[in-house]
Design a protein around this ligand. Structure first.
Ligand code: HEC
Ligand code: HEC
Length: 233
C-alpha cells in the first residue's frame, strides 16, 4: 500500500514502475499466462470470507456470528447493494467520505458498527469486494462448492481450452479450431443452472468438451461450477 507520507520523488518513482509494469502487461511481455490476475469477484469473495462474513453472513444475509454477538443486524447485502453505485459502495466500505452520502443512499448504512476499511485494502481490493457484492446481488445461483479448489482444478484441466481468464481463448483452441464457451460472459452462464453446468462437466458437450466423470468427483465438479460463476462478475 502507498501511504500518504511517501515523498514526491518516491511517488514519481513508483508511478514510473507502475507505468512500466502496465506497459509490459499490455504488450504481453510480463509473467507467463498462468499468472493472470484472478477474476475480481473471485478475489472479492476471498476477502469477503476473511473480513466481512463474520458480520454479514456467508451469503450476505446479515446473520454472521459476530453480528449476533454484537446484537447488530446488518442489512441483507443481496438486496441493498443493487441500488447503490460503485462510488457509494466504495465510500461505505472504506469509510472515506461516508459523511457526504445523502438521500436514499444514506438510509441505514451509517451504523458505527460497520468498520472503516480504508487502511486495510488497496483500491483494487475494494473493487474486488464490490465485484463480489455485485455477484451476490445479481446472480440467481448460489455458490455450490469451494471456488478456491475450483480455481486449482480449472488451471489444471480447463484453461488449455477455456483460457487463463476463462474467456475461451486457451492454447488448444487455435490448435484444434474449436470455440469453447466463454465463462466470463454472464449472458452465457446465467441461463444455465448449477446442475446443468455440473452435468456438462461430468458428461461433456458436443464433440470437443470432454466428459470428466472418470477424472473428477462430485466435490471437484461443484467447486468448478462455483469458480465458473465468479468468472463472470
Ligand atoms: C463488525 C461487523 C461488520 C463487519 C466485519 C463488516 N460490516 Fe459491513 N456493515 C455492518 C453494519 C452494522 C452495517 C450497517 C447496517 C446495514 O447493513 O445497513 C454494515 C453495512 C454495510 C454495507 C451497506 C449495506 C447497505 O445498506 O447497502 C456494505 C456494502 C457493507 N457493510 C460491506 C461490508 C464489507 C465489504 C465488509 C468486509 C470488508 C464488511 N461490510 C464488514 C457491520 C459489519
Ligand atoms: C479440449 C478442450 C476443452 C477442455 C479441456 C475443456 N473444455 Fe469445456 N468446452 C469446450 C468446448 C469446445 C465447449 C463448447 C461446447 C459446445 O459447443 O456446446 C465447452 C463448453 C463448456 C461448458 C458449457 C456447457 C454447456 O452446457 O453449454 C462448460 C460449463 C465447460 N465447458 C466447462 C469445462 C470445465 C469445467 C473444464 C475443465 C474441467 C473444461 N470445460 C475443459 C472445450 C473444452
Amino acid at each position: 500500500m502507498f501511504k500518504a507520507t511517501m515523498t514526491s520523488v518516491g511517488e514519481i518513482f513508483m508511478k514510473n514502475i507502475i507505468h512500466t509494469v502496465v506497459l509490459l502487461t499490455l504488450i504481453g511481455v510480463s509473467a507467463p499466462a498462468a499468472a493472470a490476475n484472478p477474476a475480481p469477484a473471485y478475489e472479492g469473495r476471498r476477502l469477503y470470507v476473511s473480513y466481512c462474513q463474520l458480520c454479514h453472513g456467508t451469503d450476505g444475509k446479515g446473520d454472521g456470528p459476530l453480528a449476533k454477538a454484537m446484537k447488530i443486524s446488518p442489512a441483507n447485502l443481496n438486496t441493498t447493494v443493487r441500488s447503490r453505485s460503485d462510488t457509494i459502495l466504495t465510500k461505505i466500505i472504506t469509510g472515506e467520505g461516508r459523511q457526504t452520502i445523502t438521500g436514499r443512499d444514506r438510509h441505514n448504512l451509517l451504523s458505527e458498527a460497520m468498520p472503516e476499511w480504508k487502511d486495510v485494502f488497496t483500491e483494487l481490493q475494494v473493487k474486488s469486494l464490490i465485484a463480489y457484492l455485485r455477484f451476490l446481488g445479481r446472480s440467481k445461483h448460489e455458490l455450490m462448492g469451494d471456488p478456491e479448489h475450483g480455481m486449482q482444478l480449472y488451471q489444471q484441466y480447463c484453461q488449455v481450452c477455456h483460457g487463463v481468464e476463462g474467456d475461451g481463448d486457451g492454447i488448444m483452441t487455435s490448435l484444434m479450431g474449436i470455440m469453447p464457451m466463454d465463462h466470463t460472459n454472464p449472458n452465457e452462464t446465467e441461463s444455465l443452472s448449477n446442475e446443468e453446468i455440473a452435468n456438462s462437466i461430468l458428461d461433456g458437450k458436443q464433440r470437443f468438451m470432454p466428459a470428466w466423470r472418470d477424472i473428477l468427483n462430485q466435490d471437484d465438479v461443484e467447486a468448478l461450477v462455483s469458480y465458473i460463476r465468479l468468472l463472470s462478475h
